[in-house]
Design a protein around this ligand. Structure first.
Ligand code: AMP
Ligand code: ZN
Length: 471
């Protein structure tokens, strides 16, 4: 097959259980939706592995000249805790004795900061659940009208799972095999018709905070309807690729598919073309959980003097579809390697970049590894080979400059971020945010402040880059 006919990326699609090409359903951009964080706590590095997956997809598509539109939601209402008792935001609000919105905004900001530390490009939009209530009630109204949803005896609105014929196709669960009382769908006995039905809208009961008035009474949205309503609104009725961690396959994505398909116009059409699920991250052999006390945050990595991009490197050394076990020693090894590569790059800088045939071939081979269901371990092996290869310094320079766009490891910066004083790091992050907000006056002021600390910032196609001033 000729190169031009091949899509720039193929991934394993959970629904068809096949590796399939990622394509834009219109001629403009590949429309991607990635389930975002629930902002009642810091995202741990496992969550970030999943968010990085969306970034790898995006970088590969853009590297190959394909436009991308990425939307990631911020869940600040409706995500019930595993013991069904309470909304995670409300529980955090009680524990911290703070307004749930102030908690949500703080952790949302920290989520953006952590993504920047991993050099994850910002999504095009980050809709918040609490600001999309109308979208959700409109979607629920349509589902009732089309006969897919009904009002329960407890004032909640439920999706009627039996009405969606292919329920279970995504996760492999069969409706008749689902046991009553499965996790996440606690309701009062008798309120819904069938045990596998789930709440689209929950009646407020005694709850006062984060509730809204609707034609079905006061209440708050269920978690799954949020992603259907937002993805279809912000990606204009069609999702080419939907991304999330493997735990979201059921019930979150299964339910989302059942809600979204009836909401689009074409009968029997899929609202989401491809479903991509990332496997979980373990840390030192154990699942990361609060109860086992082994939750690792970006802050923990930085506090140990390690470059957070070492995590990015470790994640790419493993295939997204495999469970991965991370340890402090592997992060340290990656940190040392990145430091060495950055120093080597500075040495190659005295040579002009040399765009030889060998360089083009290696770039193509690495790009093909990414294309092949994100085979980043193979791509990393090839990246590793560059430093000690027979290639000239100019060729090595050209390779690092081209490939840094794809790997996102900031190989062209002189020093790892651990050597930045805290004050400078904060200024750089604030400046990145100012640029996202298009506040260029503030961004110029921050540039001057950084210059005062001996740090030079440049705005490139890759985003903001910095280095120590040499004179
Ligand atoms: P949450 O903030 O809990 O809604 O989770 C955000 C994302 O992180 C979801 O896509 C989850 O599937 C994903 N996730 C949760 N735990 C892990 C883990 N240990 N490794 C990788 N991804 C995870
Ligand atoms: Zn979601």
């Amino acid at each position: 097959m000729k190169r031009a006919e091949v899509a720039p990326l193929a991934i394993y699609d959970t629904l068809s259980r096949e590796v399939r090409e990622v394509k834009a359903s219109d001629s403009k951009a590949v429309r991607i939706y990635c389930c975002g964080p629930t902002v009642y706590r810091d995202a741990h590095i496992g969550n970030l592995r999943t968010f990085l997956l969306a970034d790898l997809v995006r970088r590969k598509l853009e590297f190959s000249g394909q436009k991308v539109r990425l939307v990631q939601n911020i869940t600040d209402v409706g995500h019930m805790s595993e013991d069904f008792e309470e909304d995670k935001m409300i529980a955090a609000s009680k524990a911290e004795r703070r307004d749930p919105y102030s908690i949500a905004r703080e952790y949302e900001e920290r989520f953006h900061r952590d993504c920047r530390a991993l050099n994850i490009k910002p999504a095009d939009q980050y809709p918040r659940a609490s600001e999309c209530i109308e979208l959700m009630t409109e979607a629920i109204r349509k589902l009732i009208e089309k006969g897919f949803a009904y009002r329960g005896e407890d004032g909640s609105v439920y999706f009627d799972a039996t009405k969606f014929e292919s329920y279970g196709a995504l996760s492999g669960n069969r409706l008749d095999a689902l046991k009553p009382g499965h996790r996440y769908e606690y309701t009062e006995v008798g309120a819904k018709k069938f045990h596998a039905d789930w709440a689209l809208w929950k009646g407020a009961g005694d709850r006062r905070e984060m509730t809204w008035e609707t034609p079905w009474g006061r209440g708050f949205p269920g978690w799954h309807i949020e992603c259907s309503a937002m993805s279809l609104k912000y990606l204009e009725g069609k999702v080419d690729l939907h991304i999330g961690g493997i735990d979201l396959r059921f019930p979150h994505h299964e339910n989302e598919r059942a809600q979204s398909n009836p909401l689009i116009d074409g009968a029997n059409e899929e609202a989401v073309t491809l479903w991509l699920h990332g496997e979980h991250l373990l840390f030192e052999g154990r699942k990361m959980s609060k109860s086992s006390g082994n939750v690792v945050l970006i802050k923990d990595v930085v506090d140990r003097g390690l470059d957070p991009l070492s995590l990015r490197f470790c994640f790419m050394e493993n295939r997204y579809r495999s469970q991965m076990d991370l340890s402090w020693s592997s992060i340290q090894t990656a940190h040392n390697l990145l430091e060495r590569w950055r120093k080597s790059y500075q040495e190659w800088l005295s040579h002009a970049p040399e765009h030889s045939v060998a360089v083009a071939e290696l770039i193509n081979a690495i790009s093909d590894d990414f294309r092949d269901d994100l085979d980043t371990p193979q791509a990393i092996l090839k990246l590793r080979s560059i430093e000690r290869s027979e290639l000239s310094a100019g060729e090595k320079r050209a390779l690092f400059e081209a490939l840094d766009l794809l790997f996102g490891l900031k190989l062209l910066e002189l020093r790892a971020s651990k050597e930045l004083p805290d004050e400078a790091r904060t200024l750089i992050e604030t400046r990145a945010q100012a640029r996202i907000n298009k506040d260029f006056k503030r961004s110029d002021e921050l540039r001057d402040q950084l210059a005062g600390l001996g740090i030079e910032v440049r705005d490139t196609l890759r985003g903001q880059e910095w280095s120590w001033r040499t004179n």
